[in-house]
Design a protein around this ligand. Structure first.
Ligand SMILES: C[S@@+](CC[C@H](N)C(=O)[O-])C[C@H]1O[C@@H](n2cnc3c(N)ncnc32)[C@H](O)[C@@H]1O
Length: 285
C-alpha cells in the first residue's frame, strides 16, 4: 500500500479504502465533536411578545427547553462513531488489530459498541497509559491515565510480535538478580510513559498530540514488518511518523485544516506520500 494523507471527513475517506487491506488501526477520536456539543433543544410557542410572525399573523417565540441529557449525548457520540468503526472493521486485514484510545469517562460506552462490532471474544486488552503531569485535584483521585482498548479481528490468528517487545527496567532490581536486571522485563497492560514533553523536539504544537513512544510500541508489536497502518483521526500525524520510522506504510485521515498544516511540516522529509484532498464537509448519508 502507498503512504496516503487524506484531508476530509473520515467516513468518506474510509469508504474509499479497499476491504481487508490494513494491518493495524490506531485511533484517538475526540469526544468533543461539534455535532454532540452544540445541540440545545428548542421549541416554538405562541406568545403575544414573540419576535416571529407566523400563520395568520400570530406571534411566536423560540424557547430553549434545555441541553441534551447525558445519555442522549452518549447516544449521539456512539451514532457518530459506529459507522466509522464498521468501516474500520471492513478495511482491517483478517489478522489485523484495532487500538482505540479514549478517556476514562467514555471508555465503557465505547467498549459496548466495539464488543458489538468485533465480538466480545475479539477483545484482547485494555491498556492503561499512565502519566504524571499537570495539576492534581484535591477533591478526587487525580485522573492521570488514558485507556486504550485493543481488539483483533480473529482471536485465533492475529499479529503479535512478542519477540520484538522492548525491555523496560525492573521496579525492584534487587529482587531479581543482576542477569534479569541487565535484560529488563517486558511491559504489561499498564504503560508508564510521559506525555509529549512540552519543550522537546517531538512537540508539534497540536493540542492533542500523543507521544511517539506509545505509537511505536503499538506498531512494533501489532503490525507486520512492511505492513500498513491506518489512523483516521490523525491529528498531528504521530501514527504516520511512528509507522514510517518502523518501516511500515501509513494512511492518515483528518478533517481539520490545522492538522493538515502540522502534518505538511512534520512529513516534509518523507518523499513518497500521496496527499489527497476530499471535501472537508461532514459526510451525510
Ligand atoms: C484527539 S485528536 C488526534 C490526535 C493524534 N492522535 C495526534 O497524536 O496528534 C482527534 C482528531 O480527529 C479529527 N477529527 C474529528 N472528527 C473527524 C472526522 N469526522 N473526520 C476526520 N477527522 C476528524 C480532529 O480534527 C482531530 O485532529
Amino acid at each position: 500500500m502507498e503512504n496516503r494523507i487524506i484531508f476530509g471527513d473520515n467516513l468518506l475517506g474510509l469508504k474509499g479504502l479497499v476491504s481487508e487491506t490494513v494491518d493495524l488501526i490506531y485511533i484517538d477520536p475526540p469526544f468533543n465533536t461539534g455535532k454532540v456539543q452544540q445541540r440545545t433543544q428548542i421549541k416554538t410557542v405562541r406568545s403575544d411578545n414573540g419576535d416571529r410572525i407566523g400563520f395568520q399573523g400570530q406571534r411566536y417565540e423560540t424557547i430553549k427547553i434545555g441541553a441534551k441529557s447525558y445519555s442522549d449525548l452518549f447516544d449521539d457520540y456512539l451514532d457518530f462513531l459506529e459507522p466509522r468503526l464498521l468501516e474500520a472493521y471492513r478495511v482491517l486485514a483478517p489478522n489485523g488489530s484495532l487500538y482505540f484510545h479514549i478517556d476514562y469517562r467514555e471508555v465503557h460506552y465505547c467498549k459496548i459498541l466495539l464488543d458489538k462490532i468485533f465480538g466480545r471474544d475479539s477483545f484482547l486488552n485494555e491498556i492503561i497509559w499512565a502519566y504524571d503531569y499537570g495539576a492534581r485535584s484535591k477533591k478526587k483521585w487525580p485522573t492521570k491515565h488514558d485507556n486504550i482498548l485493543v481488539y483483533v479481528k480473529n482471536p485465533e490468528d492475529y499479529v503479535f510480535n512478542y519477540d520484538d517487545m522492548e525491555r523496560i527496567p525492573y521496579m525492584s532490581p534487587g529482587l531479581v538478580g543482576p542477569e534479569k536486571t541487565a535484560r529488563g522485563k517486558t511491559p504489561t497492560d499498564t504503560w508508564w510513559h510521559t506525555i509529549v514533553p512540552t519543550n522537546g523536539k517531538e512537540k508539534t504544537g497540536y493540542p492533542t498530540q500523543k507521544p511517539l513512544g506509545i505509537l511505536k510500541r503499538i506498531i512494533q508489536i501489532s503490525s507486520p514488518k512492511n505492513g500498513a497502518v491506518l489512523d483516521f483521526f490523525a491529528g498531528s500525524g504521530t501514527t504516520g511518523i511512528a509507522a514510517h520510522e518502523l518501516g511500515r506504510q501509513f494512511v492518515l485521515i483528518d478533517n481539520n485544516p490545522t492538522a493538515f498544516e502540522v502534518m505538511a511540516q512534520r512529513f516534509a522529509h518523507i518523499r513518497n506520500i500521496n496527499w489527497q484532498n476530499f471535501d472537508p464537509k461532514p459526510y451525510q448519508d
